[in-house]
Design a protein around this ligand. Structure first.
Ligand code: SAH
Ligand code: SF4
Length: 349
């Protein structure tokens, strides 16, 4: 419910209109999850509302903390499915976007949230992909992850990445609504929200028309159709050149620089030759590149993380081809609790 929804709900209960605003503030600004904590409401009013409503529907199953401070939360939906969300602290040094600004001198909390339980895209290096698709999350279940983590950690979250489980654009309507609510109700600015997609072209095109200032990231992972057909199987439907063209139109429409994500798999997609093809492919695309050294999963997949030499060579060559673009290597977080990119598979480590 947004504030208007709350107002009609409050009206039905025969309560004063300003109660809606109070409740709205408790839920969205203070991340309270229990009516009993709403101290500016009388006990009678709290009881009356609690008899009719719940705040959220997720249950916390486990909470794990990594040695680097990253936290992973396993939640259960009302229909018994499990999903994971990750909360990490990103130091200011790790931000390099020109239009970025900071909450605190040190950095800010960033939440990685899930849009589906499991995922149908089945990238062979991703633990979520092995689950298959179990369920689309509702927009409430998506934003509740943010509010629940703020509640549990007592921290204000300043940055959202749709990089948990699921392909956001295979759950387009709920994801779009959740983005709007994250902006309007939770108060996180568009420029601090990133959606990562494996390349669902019709939805990239639709998203371009939504007039949002969020960052769009594409999981590219190989610059050739041959390689990408294997690593990101959705490529068989929406091939590399078409997806890059869709991103170019996205940039034209939104004026936003996109991000290219590229997982580095040892001796699979990390050759200097591939770096050159990649550099050529994205030459005219207004983008930054984020290289993600592969994180080992529990799935017995055949991949290993690129050697330091391969990572260094690949990024050096790519940088030569990408003047004016930033090439960063993603810092690993939460590996020891299986919270790093690609490790989310609803298991407790
Ligand atoms: N489903 C979306 C968002 C998810 S994940 C997508 O694929 O874009 C965020 C990034 O982590 C994606 O680029 C994804 O390909 C990558 N990733 C998946 N498994 C990984 C692994 N084992 N190690 C490193 N990165 C991985
Ligand atoms: Fe799905 Fe993304 Fe994992 Fe591929 S990498 S299986 S699209 S969650």
């Amino acid at each position: 419910m947004n504030q208007a929804d709350l107002e009609s709900f409050i009206k039905e209960l025969g309560l004063e209109k300003f109660r809606a605003k109070q409740i709205y503030e408790w839920i969205y600004k203070k991340s309270v999850r229990d009516f009993s904590e709403m101290t500016n409401l009388s006990q009678k009013v709290r009881d009356q509302i609690a008899a009719k409503a719940n705040i959220g529907s997720l249950k916390l199953v486990t909470r794990e903390t990594s040695s680097d401070g990253t936290e992973k939360f396993l939640f259960e939906t009302a229909d018994g499915e499990k999903l994971e969300s990750v909360l990490m602290f990103i130091e200011n040094d790790d931000y390099d976007e020109e239009d970025d600004f900071y909450d605190t001198p040190a950095g800010r909390y960033s939440a990685c949230i899930s849009s589906q339980v499991g995922c149908a895209v089945a990238c062979p290096f991703c633990a979520t992909g092995t689950l298959g698709l179990k369920k689309n999350l509702s927009s409430s279940e998506i934003i509740e992850q943010i509010l629940f983590m703020q509640n549990l950690s007592n921290q204000r979250i300043g940055n959202i990445v749709y990089m948990g489980q699921g392909e956001p654009f295979n759950n387009y309507d709920a994801v779009l609504e959740s983005i709007r609510k994250t902006q309007a109700d939770i108060g996180i600015g568009a420029r601090r929200i990133t959606v990562s997609t494996s390349g669902v072209i019709p939805k990239i095109n639709a998203f371009a028309k939504e007039d949002l200032q969020i960052t769009l990231a594409l999981s590219l992972h190989d610059p050739t159709n041959e390689g990408r057909d294997f690593l990101v199987p959705i490529n068989r439907k929406w091939p590399v050149f078409e997806v890059i063209d869709a991103l170019k139109s996205y940039v034209d429409k939104t004026n936003r620089r996109v991000t290219i994500e590229y997982v580095l798999l040892n001796d699979v997609n990390d050759s200097v030759e591939k770096a050159k093809i990649l550099g050529h492919l994205i030459k005219d695309l207004h983008c930054n590149i984020n290289l993600i050294p592969y994180n080992q999963t529990n799935t017995n997949d055949p991949f290993t993380r690129s050697s330091s030499k391969n990572i260094a060579d690949f990024s050096r060559v790519l940088r030569q081809f990408c003047k004016g673009k930033t090439v960063t290597v993603r810092k690993e977080r939460g590996h020891d609790i299986n919270a790093a990119c690609g490790q989310l598979a609803n298991s407790v480590s």
